[in-house]
Design a protein around this ligand. Sequence first.
Ligand SMILES: O=P(O)(O)OC[C@@]1(O)O[C@H](CO)[C@@H](O)[C@@H]1O
Length: 449
Amino acid sequence: MAPLAGSSTASFQNTENPKPKLPIPEPIYSNIPGTWAYDTMSRRVDEEILQRTYEDNKDVLEREDFGTIRSKFDALRKDLQTSSKLQMLEELPSDASPERKREWQEWKTILQPFLDRQDTWLTAPWMVTEFYVYRRLIEAIGFWDQDSPGYLYDPFVKQKRAGLESSVGSAEAMLAKIPNLPKSSSEGINLAASIALWGNKMDLSLWPADASHATIDIFSTILDKAQENLLHDDSDKLAAHGEQLRQRGGGNVDIIVDNAGFELITDLALAQFLVDSGIASSVTFQLKSHPTFVSDALERDLLEHVEHYANLDPSIYPNARQSGEKWETFLKDGKWKCNEDNFWVQAFAMWDMTEPLRTDLKERCDLAFVKGDANYRRLLGDCKWDMTASFEDVVGAYFPCPVCALRTLKAEIGCGMDADQIERAQSLDDNWQTNGRFGVLHFGSGASN
Ligand SMILES: O=P(O)(O)OC[C@@]1(O)O[C@H](CO)[C@@H](O)[C@@H]1O
C-alpha cells in the first residue's frame, strides 16, 4: 500500500529553526510488507517487545490494584494487533502541572495531522507511531500520576538491570584501555568514539541481555572488525575539533544517550576519556524523561550503572571498579551532569527541537555526540534521504552545535555514505541496513558555526 496523498510531512512544528540544506524527502512509513518498519509495527512491537514486557512484569500486572493499568496495556496491544486508527492521548486532569500540560500539547502537535487524516498505526509515519507506542505505555502505567500504582514505575527495569549485570565481563577489558589512551593525538579520541559507536550494537531490544551470547566478551571481536564495518568515517574531523577544544582548555560536550547496559558503559568510557584528555571541561548526558524503546537510559539508570561499577569487587574487576569510582567523582564534582528532557522521547525531527533545549545546545554546547539508531533517525527526520546525500547538508546545516553521530545501522535509512561503501555492504550482507553489523561516524559543523 502506498502512503496516503499529502502525507509527506516529517516536520510537524514548522518552527523557524534552521532546516536541512537539501529538500526534505518523504518520511518512512511502516505499511510496506517486507520492510523492517512494517515488521516492527505490524508484529515485533506487540509480539516481541510488549509480550516480553508483560512477562517481565507479570507479577504486578496481575495484581488487583494494577487492574486499570492491565486493561489499558491490553487495549494498546489490541490496537497494535488490529492496526486501529490512532487516537489522542487521554485528556489531563485540570490541575495537571504546567510541565505535563506542555508535554501533552507537544504530543498533540505531533499527532494532530495524522488524527485529522484518520491514520492507522501503519499509515502514519513510522517515527510517529513507534515513539507513540511507548508514550501510550507510559499513559497506561500512569507514570506521572501520583495516585496511580504505576507512578514512576519502569516496566523495562528488569531488562535494563540484566543488561547492566551482563555488561561487566566485556567492560572490564574495554575499560582497561581507557586510562592508557593517548590524550593529545587523534588515536585516543578515535578509539574512545569507536568504542561508544560499537557499543550501540549491543541494543537490548535486538539482543536481549539474557541471550547466551550477551554474557561473553564479544565486544573485543566487534572492535576488531570496527574499521572494516564502518561505512563512513569522519574521525579526522572529530579529532581536529576535539584538539581545538583541548587547546582552549576544554569544551562543554554532550552525549545524547541511547541504550542502558553495555552501550551506556561505553558512553561513560567515552565521557571519561573526554574529561581525562582535557577535550571536555564538562560532559552533559542527555537522557530520556520516561522509559522508552525498552533499553533507553533515564538519569536513574545512569546513576545505577555508575553505582554498580563503583561497588564491583576490585579483585575480580579492577578496571571496571576504578572507572566506577572515577565516574562517581566526576558526578560529585559537577564535571558530569545529567539532563532529562521530553524532547528525547518525542517523534519530532531534530530540526524541530523544542525550547529551551535548542537554545541551550546552541549557546552552551561545543560538541554533541548523538548515539544510536533511533536518535540518528530523528537527525534525518526519519526521511528517505539519498544515502549519498552529505551529512553536512542534511544535519550539519541545521543542528544547533557541532555534532558527531555514532550509529550502527538498524533501520532502512541513512545519508553521507559513498556509493562504493553502500555497494560493498550490499554485497556482503542482505540485511546490512538493519542488523547492526555496519556503522557510521559522521561529523557536522552545526548551524551556529
Ligand atoms: O536506537 P537504537 O537502540 O540503536 O535502535 C533502536 C531500534 O532497535 O529500534 C528501532 C526499531 O524498533 C530502530 O530504530 C532500531 O532498529
